[in-house]
Design a protein around this ligand. Structure first.
Ligand code: CUA
Length: 316
């Protein structure tokens, strides 16, 4: 069977927009390349040494020509820039109702974790027609999460969370790659993304697995690592309570000044691993560091738990 696709599937809602811009840019590049080639040949033939073409009074200035060759390319470039900028903003602004999935890259595999609790390795199951937001980090070196059929690619960095979103638009199985050279088995670091009917996806989520949601697993870790000892109940003399902290500004002591920082994934992760770097105003820097003791997937679960107690508080 002759099967040599020149283009990956268009399996996300953004794919056709990315492709349209790609072909527009390719078309412009192609047009100018062809035009220049043709003109080189035409002028070479017309003004060759033996030709009798008129060489008298060559024009030395032409305002019309200058306006065309400055204005034309400028308009084309601005069109491309505006178009690309609009698309860029769209690609980096996930809808608020997006389904959250957490991804940890490590040499050499992808670990994906769904909020409901199910985790998978080198596979990612997602429902059709629902925006998916990935929060990603790496346990070792820089990786890059790449799904060609969705036209999305994002670097995955150690010590930092990066995000990316997409909306699957076609049922099927699509390649998943690591697109950043990360060591010996970089080329084997990949797998498959499965786009499923929403009903099937729900069944898949509830199958097997741990039964416990990410937040519930996080709560267990919260107790296991003795976070609860200081951050919960009546013990909160030396440590701030964490209910409702997620997504709110936190007053942080810096020298003699207090500044506010948002309690997001970044802040909570840093507070666990480097608790002395951003101490909440009014508290002593007594918390020990958990650097090197908690894996990235477990950190995400603990954050999910802290996030969930915020949500509970808010609805009370
Ligand atoms: Cu991970 Cu290349």
């Amino acid at each position: 069977m002759w099967n040599f696709p020149l283009f990956p599937d268009q399996a996300s809602t953004i794919a056709k927009h990315v492709d349209a811009l790609y072909f527009f840019a390719l078309g412009i590049a192609g047009f100018f390349t062809a035009m220049i080639c043709v003109l080189i040949l035409a002028f070479a033939a017309r003004y060759r040494r033996k030709s009798t073409a008129d060489r008298l009074n060559p024009p030395t200035a032409s305002r019309t020509l200058e306006i065309i060759w400055i204005g034309g390319p400028m308009l084309l470039m601005l069109t491309m820039f505006t178009w690309a900028a609009i698309l860029f903003y769209k690609m980096y602004d996930p809808p608020v109702d997006a389904l959250e999935v957490y991804v940890v890259g490590k040499q050499w595999m992808w670990h994906a974790q769904h909020s409901e609790g199910r985790a998978e390795i080198n596979e990612l199951h997602v429902p059709l027609g629902r925006p998916i937001r990935l929060t990603m980090t790496s346990q070792d070196v820089i990786h890059s999460f790449f799904i060609p059929a969705f036209r999305v690619k994002q670097d995955v960095l150690p010590g930092r969370y990066t995000t990316m979103w997409f909306e699957p638009a076609k049922i099927g199985r699509y390649h998943l790659f690591c697109a950043e050279y990360c060591g010996t088995n970089h080329s084997a670091m990949g797998g498959w993304v499965y786009v499923m009917e929403p009903v099937e996806f729900q069944q898949w989520l509830s199958q097997a697995g741990t039964g416990a949601s990410m937040a519930e697993q996080g709560e267990r870790l919260f107790v296991q690592y003795h976070c609860a000892g200081c951050h919960r109940g009546s013990q909160t003399v030396h440590a701030p309570r964490l209910e409702g902290v997620y997504g709110r500004p936190v007053p942080v002591q810096q020298g003699t000044e207090v500044r506010f920082t948002l309690a997001d994934y970044r802040y909570i992760r840093d507070s666990i691993l480097r608790p002395k770097s951003e101490v909440v105003a009014g508290y002593e820097p007594v918390m020990p560091s958990f650097e090197g003791q908690i894996t990235e997937p477990d950190l995400l679960k603990i954050i999910a738990y802290i996030k969930s107690i915020g949500a509970k508080e808010a609805t009370q």
